[in-house]
Design a binder for this molecule. Structure first.
Ligand code: F6P
Length: 361
């Protein structure tokens, strides 16, 4: 008779298909075990720290395949402050261990991105049985070719560029669409290609204003009266890439009142240097919202099933991941603390260049 007590939480920024992944874990466990109790911790690690949880029933996992967000709620518990007490004075790490032990859990499932994997790894090092799942629209989690949320976010970002295209065709303007991605350019690169942007600027390839202005001028010379630029929120110029981190931080803080984000900074420069009228669109959290697309539903289900399989085998300390379209596993310790960036020499970047796209360098 297999009996299991499993804790589950979603941590960090939400994304599409979190519910799908949890459903995948739960359905597989219910099917494969004689007796399983799943405890859902509310609002990420906060729920584990504060013992804020509910015992989930089979019905809680019904009807959530198409539902965006997370039925458990989420929050950010920054790893750099993990050793400091929380607002209620709790020792965060010890409180999490205590909750786990008091509930006599066999395993904790953490659905999270980069920051959450550091905390999950710490808990694993402290002796807790942990299995994680890779979520993030940024696709910047090390150890997996893809995280769920990414493909749904690409769809939304692409639709945004598509809409800009129809209005751009009616006006002689430069349109800048700023996309999320934190410090990486996955989302911008893929949505930029899918939406037919003329210029794509990502953090992994620092841009020069000269190159951007040249690309706009070239389009004008070729009789194109508008230009669409897809820019990643974390983009930096070549000069900024040379600056010490501290200096760049100070510069950003100084500019913050004038330019709310990267697109506005870039737009002001373009207007100043070539006099084109510029319009900025920032879809923001829309990119994380709404239903998961079909791709993410399949991906999150496959990853969720794998997580359940690991739990049933008693194989802990792993994150199910994607490698060459197959579901594989990787130790959480290898994932934690690393960022997966776009390789400027990768196929997709070279193909974008061959197509004639300007990448700003
Ligand atoms: O990591 C996901 C993400 O949406 C990033 O793309 C973005 O930089 C960040 O989260 C926004 O965070 P918040 O929701 O806390 O504003």
């Amino acid at each position: 008779m297999v009996m299991l007590r499993v804790g589950m939480l979603t941590s960090g920024g939400d994304c599409q298909a979190l519910n799908v992944a949890m459903r995948g874990v739960a359905k597989t466990l219910y099917k494969g075990c004689d007796d399983v109790e799943i405890f859902g911790f509310m609002d990420g690690f906060k729920g584990l720290i504060r013992k804020n949880y509910k015992l989930l029933e089979r019905d809680d996992f019904a009807g959530i395949l198409t539902k965006g967000g997370t039925i458990l709620g989420t929050s950010r518990t920054p790893f750099k402050y993990i050793n400091l007490p929380d607002e209620d004075g709790n020792d965060k790490i010890q409180s999490m261990i205590n909750t786990y032990n008091e509930l006599q859990l066999n395993c904790l499932v953490v659905l999270g991105g980069n920051g959450s994997h550091k905390t999950a790894n710490l808990l694993s090092e402290k002796g807790l049985n942990v299995v994680t799942l890779p979520k993030t629209i940024d696709n910047d989690l090390y150890g997996t070719d893809m995280s769920f949320g990414f493909q749904s976010a690409i769809d939304i970002a692409t639709q945004t560029i598509d809409c800009i295209h129809t209005t751009a065709a009616s006006h002689s303007r430069v349109f800048i669409v700023e996309l999320m991605g934190h410090k990486t350019g996955w989302l911008t690169l893929y949505a930029g290609i899918a939406g037919g942007a003329d210029i794509i600027l990502i953090p992994e390839i620092p841009y020069s204003m000269e190159s951007v202005i040249n690309a706009i001028s070239k389009r004008t010379q070729n009789g194109k009266h508008f230009t669409i630029i897809a820019v990643a929120e974390g983009v930096i110029s070549k000069e900024e890439a040379q600056m010490p981190k501290k200096k760049l931080k100070e510069l950003r803080a100084k500019e913050a009142g004038k330019y709310p984000s990267a697109a506005y900074r870039l737009g002001a420069k373009i207007e100043e240097l070539c006099g084109h009228e510029v319009r900025v669109t920032v879809p923001g959290h829309v990119q994380r919202g709404g239903q998961p697309n079909a791709y993410d539903r399949v991906l999150a289900t496959r990853l969720g099933v794998k997580a359940a399989e690991l739990i049933m085998e008693g194989k802990y300390g792993y994150m199910p991941c994607v490698r060459n379209n197959m579901i594989d596993i990787i130790p959480i310790s290898e994932v934690a603390g690393k960022t997966r960036k776009v390789d400027p020499q990768s196929d997709v970047v070279l193909q974008a260049r061959m197509l004639g796209l300007c990448l700003g360098d």
